[in-house]
Design a protein around this ligand. Structure first.
Ligand code: MF3
Ligand code: CO
Ligand code: CO
Length: 307
């Protein structure tokens, strides 16, 4: 549906940020950020209970669509087929797939296979036994976005694929566990980096989590590592943002392919990612994209990594 262009994000057309920050220079680590992100208001919005309810609705749609993808995934399926499933399920709900036409992104979902870190474009690639794939679903409904992703196993994973995927899964859980009113934003990334590196993995720096609501990407930027310098605000009840650690089996550096979207590990090592949209509360947080049941082809191993 080309009516997706009605999303105010895309009409504005000049905004960027969140997971696309890499294109405009890093705002973290005290480096100057690019002109587009710098033009954004830096304040972190506090959402009202009504706004959070609306984000919860969009988030639950995204979560249900991700569950549907998990039900249907398997060897022999193309990433284009995943795009079709996500697009049709989203539209069936009366919603819009946020990625479609977002800063020119050509498809309705990101599908990132093996050494693709994020922003993989669905196409002719056929999934094969042993692949891992992150499917990143964002749903725009009633003026609000909800954003969630998971990494899935195609057939039997290698020990390496299983390791990086389970480390990424646990990294998200540990990041979420930091969130409560009064904690500091950078506590999230510090906890993730400490864990992931202790497991022999690395944490991607170029892409970060992001505030979300009426806009797909808005302040704050949520690093998944411990930033050196820069502001480190306290979290307040009513803040809504994503946590979406990208964890590499090798080194953390990424490069973007000639399609201007697909980000791969520079050393071509495997990369895995999980993402939730969360709302800060007084005592913790609410995972707005929480799932109603386990994710097929992903949540299949007992949790063996210690906290
Ligand atoms: N869903 C991604 C995120 O987690 C953003 C995808 S932007 C797109 O922030 F244009 F590639 F879809
Ligand atoms: Co996101
Ligand atoms: Co996402």
């Amino acid at each position: 549906m080309l009516s997706t262009v009605r999303d105010g994000d895309r009409l504005a057309g000049l905004r960027a940020g969140g997971a696309v920050v890499q294109r405009f220079g890093l705002a973290l680590d005290g480096n100057a950020c690019g002109p587009l992100w710098a033009a954004e208001p830096m304040a972190i919005e506090i959402k009202s209970p009504r706004e959070i309810e609306a984000i919860r609705v969009s988030s639950q749609m995204a979560a249900e669509t991700l569950l549907l993808v998990g039900d249907q995934l398997g060897p022999g399926m193309s990433t284009e087929e995943i795009n079709r499933i996500v697009h049709e399920d989203t539209v069936r709900r009366g919603a819009i797939p946020s990625p479609l036409n977002y800063h020119g992104f050509p498809k309705s979902v990101c599908t990132s296979v093996n050494d693709v870190v994020c922003h993989g474009i669905p196409g002719a690639q056929v999934l094969r036994n042993g692949d891992i794939i992150n499917v990143d679903v964002t749903t725009f409904y009633n003026g609000f976005h909800g954003d969630t992703s998971a990494t899935f196993y195609i057939g039997e994973p290698s020990p390496e694929a299983r390791h990086v995927t389970e480390v990424a899964r646990r990294s998200l859980e540990l990041g979420i566990a930091q969130v409560r009113e009064g904690a500091r934003l950078n506590d999230i990334g510090a906890a993730i980096q400490e864990f992931a590196e202790a497991q022999g993995c690395s944490v991607v720096r170029q892409f970060v989590g992001h505030g979300i609501g009426r806009k797909f990407h808005e302040p704050p930027q949520v690093a998944h590592y411990k930033p050196l310098g820069g502001s480190n605000p306290r979290l307040r009840a009513g803040m809504v943002f994503t946590i979406e650690p990208m964890i590499n089996l090798g080194e953390w550096e990424v490069e973007v392919l000639d399609d201007d979207w697909t980000a791969v590990t520079r050393d071509r090592s495997l990369s895995a990612q999980f993402e939730h949209t969360v709302a800060v509360t007084k005592n913790g947080c609410e995972v707005l994209t929480r799932r109603s049941r386990p994710l097929k082809h992903s949540e299949i191993f007992p949790t063996v990594l210690s906290p």
